[in-house]
Write a protein that binds this ligand. Structure first.
Ligand SMILES: [Zn+2]
Ligand SMILES: [Zn+2]
Length: 268
């Protein structure tokens, strides 16, 4: 695998992680296009970026897949505002099914809001977190629920791993053929609570964004589950993609020290 750039990442910057896996940074969050532009103008979109980012996403898709670029499906790792921000506009543009885990459905059908964030977590971003939107969106007209068999209908050679903790229906996506992992927020590769680290994208593996994580025991189990898969490349929702030895070492360390280091004091 070619070395990926380790410089800071700016909004709209994309990294071709694999020939058919493209990671696009949308302000503070990453989305993925799954599809090989040498073979097709169609792709599956993983997550839907920040509010107001639909034009950026559509334009980047056109740059990669040509003028007739079209998402055939959208798959959500979970329903937090930074992962569903542009979903209504994208549904309007492409009119496609949106897949998510059944336990995430209440937050995607207007039935329940996410619980308030925990602002006692250290760091500036955490202090800002009470301002983050956490209300349920309603995409019930396009929502398709994933069942507990790992199958993601639009992604034949991938399977979903249920990785709850950050949210109840959080999923990650794994491809056995090359051990590629799309993490979502099950772990991050930048310290999400520190504004400085988020701005400079300082590379450092951590647990899920703490201010929004509700079940730390489940979050810990989820990291162990992902570590056991021995991914060779991982794209997290926040931070730069990681690969090879650095990923293996950091993920092992994260799994081993999660309970001691990642769980906020007031949640232990
Ligand atoms: Zn999240
Ligand atoms: Zn996130």
């Amino acid at each position: 695998m070619e070395k990926m750039p380790m410089t800071s990442i700016t909004s709209g910057m994309g990294i071709e992680v694999l020939p058919d896996v493209f990671c696009l940074s949308v302000q503070i969050v990453n989305i993925c296009f799954i599809g090989n532009p040498k073979e097709t103008n169609e792709f599956v979109l993983i997550d839907a970026g920040m509010p107001g980012s639909a034009d950026l996403i559509i334009n980047e898709a056109k740059k990669r897949f040509g003028e007739n670029a079209k998402a055939t499906n959208i798959v959500l790792t979970h329903g937090h505002f930074d992962h569903v921000g542009a979903i209504h506009d994208l549904i309007k543009e492409w009119d496609v099914p949106v897949y998510a885990h059944s336990l995430e459905a209440p937050f995607l059908t207007g039935k329940s809001d996410y619980p308030p964030p925990n602002p006692e977590v250290e760091g500036l971003v955490a202090k800002m977190s009470p301002m983050f939107p956490r209300h349920s969106i309603d995409i019930s007209t396009h929502l398709q629920l994933l069942q507990d068999d790992g199958i993601v209908p639009p992604l034949k050679d991938w399977r979903f791993i249920h990785t709850p903790g950050h949210t109840p229906g959080h999923i990650s996506l794994f491809r056995d053929r090359d051990s590629a992992l799309v993490v979502g927020d099950a772990f991050t590769t930048v310290e999400q609570e520190s504004l400085y680290d988020v701005m400079t994208q300082k590379q450092e593996m951590h647990g899920p964004p703490a201010y929004f994580t509700t079940d730390w025991k489940a979050a810990s189990e989820s990291v162990k589950k992902l570590e056991a898969l021995k991914p060779t490349v991982a794209i997290s929702g926040h931070g730069l993609p990681m690969a090879d030895d650095e990923l293996t070492t950091d993920l092992r360390k994260l799994a081993e020290t999660f309970d001691e280091k990642e769980i906020p004091e007031n949640q232990k």
